[in-house]
Design a protein around this ligand. Structure first.
Ligand code: MSP
Length: 525
């Protein structure tokens, strides 16, 4: 049976268009999915939109829609999100909307089960609420009446509501997190969650009286209330995980990718909700860091955002994807700047990767009439043979290294790209040190054959290794190398995993006609 891999992104609030922060989560998940697909795994990639709650209701009114017309408002924003994901080459399998009928039904089923279990009761909520974060805070947390998360003013709420008995599960959750070290990643986030749990867990207010806020899913046991938006949203992972909605082979989720701002919802509320209804736990909740502008979080409500579509139009989709994944280690924060993007573009993509392809193909055209040469069996000269062996040793380690980076819950995407670039750098150095032009002057054609056979092999391996991250570029490389068909379909899984033949070397088909095209990444001046 094929291994399954079910991965999710947060479902985004559709109160404004997506920015680089959202694009980041999408690109990271997309790269991981593409890698799993190349390994032959059965992947299900779920993304979507979070469409209920006060925040959306407010945005709809602000955009000129009447009360009751929220669905028309969210429809316009959802289609923008889908367009942006298309431009970023995001290969999701399903886009769940919390206004979908099926989702509503699953949410109500959850609530019914919880109520039957006596995990939901009625009481009075008297505390603080942050509308931009859609989050409740206690008196002690709400220092100076400001949201501890976003530092904006809080609203005081005192009303009759329904509560979810989270406190009952506190001990269970602490034990669960301690017994499952890969449940919350990276490690330092796990400690954060355990620290939060030490403070004690309050029951969660999970309803809103309709008379105050009606844009939500109705409680199945009280028509005067709608469900708190987070309770509704988290259940998307259970309502949207199968295209046909008929089989649960993907459950539980292998990976919930989120950013650190919504860690508590995913590492505390969500597992307790699942425990209450008797469902299996997700394997890993991974919280990445924030993209900031200066030292502030980039956010829609602050308006300090970078627009992914403009950047794609200016630099190309793969330049943006590459930058997002290479500039910071997944898990840490980073400051966004277009100068940094241009810097990484010129250095890694134009000078190193693009240049390696271009100069290699130029030489294959010049010396071998564009036909891939066969490496000579006997060493041409001891020095050159040594250099060639050195390059081979670096190349054969590449796929195993990428596997170590991507098939760990540590998810080392930046490090995987560094591995690829290190091989590219070695290949460029190999050209300098081997100086094929000198051999040309001496008419030592065997030596040039060796060099170019090696370089073509590096490029073949590099194209495969970079395909999850920069899929369009990898395919372009494949085509310029003269390799036929779709790169991903041509990938040999055993080669990728190193299981049968760990020696990825000299697999480039000799005699292939290469066809040099436009530079992959023209230098930006
Ligand atoms: N709707 C909730 C999520 C519900 S999931 C069951 C929500 N939506 S959001 O629109 O605010 O998106 C939050 C997510 O967007 C973050 O978890 C992260 O994935 C991404 N990001 C938004 N801003 C970001 C940055 N500035 N930097 C990095 N990621 C960011 O919360």
């Amino acid at each position: 049976m094929k291994e399954k891999f079910y991965i999710t992104t947060p479902i985004y609030y559709v109160n404004a268009d997506p920015h680089i922060g959202h694009a980041y989560t999408q690109v990271a998940v997309d790269a991981l999915c593409r890698y799993h697909r190349m390994l032959g795994h059965e992947v299900f990639f779920l993304t979507g939109s979070d469409e209920h709650g006060e925040k959306i209701e407010e945005a709809s009114l602000k955009a000129g829609f009447q009360k009751g017309e929220e669905k028309r408002f969210v429809d316009t924003i959802v289609s923008n999100f889908k367009d942006v994901w298309k431009k970023l080459d995001i290969s999701y399998d399903n886009f769940i909307r919390t206004t979908d009928a099926r989702h509503k039904k699953v949410v109500q089923d959850f609530l019914r089960k919880m109520k039957e279990k006596d995990d939901i009761y009625q009481g009075e909520y008297n505390g603080w609420f942050c509308t931009p974060c859609e989050t409740f805070w206690t008196d002690t947390q709400a220092e100076d009446e400001l949201c501890p998360e976003c530092k904006r003013p809080l609203e005081r709420l005192k009303e009759k509501n329904y509560f979810f008995r989270m406190s009952k599960y506190q001990k269970w959750l602490v034990d669960y997190i301690n017994d499952n070290p890969e449940f919350v990643m990276p490690d330092f986030r796990k400690n954060e969650v355990l620290g939060f749990l030490k403070e004690g867990l309050n029951d969660l207010c999970i309803s809103r009286p309709k008379e105050r806020m009606s844009w939500g899913i109705e409680l199945p046991f009280d028509e005067d209330y709608v469900v708190y938006v987070w309770f509704d949203a988290l259940i998307n992972y259970a309502s949207g995980f199968n295209k046909e909605h008929s089989s649960d082979k993907f459950w539980p989720a292998d990976f919930h990718m989120i950013a650190k701002d919504i860690l508590r919802h995913h590492a505390v509320y969500w597992p307790i909700m699942l425990k209450s209804v008797g469902m299996e736990m997700p394997k890993t909740v991974f919280a990445h860091g924030w993209w900031k502008m200066g030292d502030q979080k980039m956010s829609k409500s602050r308006g300090n955002v970078a627009n992914p579509v403009e950047l794609v139009e200016k630099y190309g989709v793969d330049a943006l994807r590459y930058f997002l994944l290479k500039a910071i280690s997944l898990g840490l924060d980073g400051s966004f700047s277009e100068d940094a993007l241009v810097g990484i573009y010129n250095c890694d993509l134009a000078n190193d990767l693009g240049n390696l392809l271009n100069r290699t193909l130029t030489m294959v055209e010049k010396y071998f009439d564009a036909e891939a040469p066969e490496a000579p069996e006997d060493p041409v000269d001891p020095e050159q043979a040594k250099r060639s062996d050195g390059l081979r040793d670096a190349v054969i380690k590449l796929f195993p290294r990428i596997k170590e980076c991507l098939l760990t819950p540590k998810l080392l995407t930046k490090e995987a790209l560094e591995e690829i670039m290190s091989v590219v750098g070695k290949a460029n150095k190999y050209i300098e040190e081997s100086a094929p032009w000198k051999y040309a002057k001496e008419d030592n054609i065997e030596a040039i054959k060796l060099i170019l056979a090696d370089l073509l092999e590096v490029l073949r391996v590099t194209a495969i290794a970079s395909a999850p991250f920069i899929p369009l570029t990898a395919q372009k490389m494949w085509e310029q190398l003269g390799l036929s068909g779709n790169l991903v379909e041509a990938v040999n899984v055993e080669e990728l995993t190193g299981e049968k033949d760990p020696l990825n070397w000299r697999k480039f088909p000799q005699g292939t006609k290469v066809s040099k095209g436009d530079p992959l990444f023209p230098r930006i001046l």
